[in-house]
Design a protein around this ligand. Structure first.
Ligand code: AMP
Length: 417
């Protein structure tokens, strides 16, 4: 085999793509109920947008971006996440003018040069929400509630959020200093990456995957004890809203998100049965990002989530059931010379139903088997010009005759019973 999909990418074939369509349609319905409208941004942006927006010290920017020069030498990057692009569009199109909160959703591919493994890919899809223009803790609770409701709507129940605060520019400098002071005596025992993180952004050490580093961090001071009054009150209000809505959560003071822009609320939802890569979604508040990217000061909050992992979790839950969507009608060419009249019949029936038919001149038996395999609800047997059509409902013992004129109404009437 000469060509293969590049490492870390995958094809979503028809045996799977119907599951993706289900996820996407439930996403669209849920987002509509919560009032989030769709935005579609380009797959690539100026590299600077991500460097600035996500943060130079993050793994995403320092190790994982697909960056290239175009023919005019401009540095462009395939989008590794959605928020920076959405904020860029929000600023560029002046979407923040007017009093409303701007609530946006997306569902699109992302690109990160990571080591591929189950649940981690180089091209992967994310759904996400961004709400721009309000610091109200109701928004944070709404976004967490959305995530839990969306997963529940698809069939993953009993997910709870892990909740933490990232603080704000008022309280984090003191907290970073406190953390450095506490960790300084053991610094030499941390991995090389953590030693760099210690200098540049010590909270990022909590994100380290190395179990020894995690052990060394046990007992480190919690950011939740170091919040300024404003962050503390905001966090308490988010929790009160979640309690009122009935969204379960646990506090996780060691949670650090892999992106620099977060302030105040941060959260993740995990699905433990997925193993190492078990974060279904993550998000939080990013009150400084719009200004950082050249817009007016605009508080905001969002979430993003990997679709491949979600599909895997739903498979694990048995949430899709056994069967792919089936055609309503399978059109069988019978004994007579009917292959060409089936073309006309299919065209008529397709105005109202999903119709499959034979294109290979197979025997009546083979066509019947195919209809069964596809799970078609109705089989219509055409025995040639002039003769009646036999309409049969699979597994129901229901069979009638119809003409070319009446067949669609006969099927529709049976469906409506
Ligand atoms: P992040 O943008 O890193 O906060 O990731 C948000 C969500 O996207 C994660 O919780 C995962 O579900 C998903 N995700 C992140 N990176 C990958 C990847 N390389 N492959 C598949 N899913 C990913």
């Amino acid at each position: 085999m000469k060509y293969k999909a590049p490492r870390g990418t995958q094809d979503v074939l028809p045996v799977e793509s119907w599951k993706w369509q289900r996820v996407e349609s439930v996403f669209r319905e849920t987002a509509a109920r919560f009032g989030y409208e769709e935005i579609r941004t380009p797959v690539f942006e100026e590299t600077e947008l991500f460097a600035r927006g996500i943060g130079d010290t993050t793994d995403i920017v320092s190790k994982e971006m697909y960056t290239f020069e175009d023919r005019k030498g401009r540095s462009l990057t395939l989008r590794p996440e959605g928020t920076a692009s959405v904020v860029r569009a929000f600023v560029q199109h002046g979407m923040g003018r007017g009093a409303r909160v701007t609530k946006l959703r997306y569902f699109c591919p992302m690109f990160r040069y990571e080591r591929p493994q189950a649940g981690r890919y180089r091209q992967f899809w994310q759904w996400g929400l961004e709400a721009l223009g309000s610091s109200n803790p109701a928004i944070d609770a709404e976004i967490i509630h959305f995530s839990v409701s969306f997963f529940a709507g698809l069939g993953i129940r009993n997910t709870g959020a892990k909740l933490n605060s990232a603080g704000c520019p008022t309280c984090t400098p003191d907290y970073n200093e406190l953390l450095r002071r506490e960790l300084a005596p053991k610094l030499g025992e941390f991995c090389q990456d953590c030693q760099t993180r210690y200098e540049r952004n010590p909270r990022r050490m909590f994100d380290c995957k190395n179990p020894h580093c995690q052990e060394l961090l046990d007992g480190a001071p919690s950011i939740l004890d170091a919040l300024c009054d404003e962050c503390r009150d905001h966090f308490a209000a988010v929790r009160a809203h979640l309690d009122a809505i009935g969204v379960p959560y646990t506090l996780d003071p060691k949670m650090a998100r892999g992106l620099d822009y977060y302030t105040k609320t941060i959260f993740e939802i995990h699905y433990e049965k997925l193993g190492a890569q078990n974060a279904l979604c993550g998000g939080g508040r990013y009150d400084g990002l719009v200004e950082e990217l050249g817009g007016a000061s605009t508080p905001a909050c969002g979430v993003s989530s990997g679709v491949e992992r979600l599909v895997m979790a739903l498979e694990e839950e048995g949430a899709f059931g056994e069967n792919a969507p089936a055609p309503d009608v399978y059109l069988v060419a019978g004994e007579g010379d009917c292959a060409s009249s089936n073309v006309e019949l299919a065209a008529r029936l397709r105005e109202r139903f999903a119709v499959e038919m034979d294109y290979q001149g197979r025997s009546l038996n083979k066509q019947m088997q195919e209809a069964g395999k596809l799970g078609a609800r109705f089989v219509v047997v055409n025995n040639g010009p002039g003769g009646p059509l036999r309409v049969r409902e699979s597994g129901a013992g229901w069979e009638v005759e119809a003409t070319l004129e009446s067949v669609a109404d006969v099927i529709a009437a049976r469906m409506a019973e």
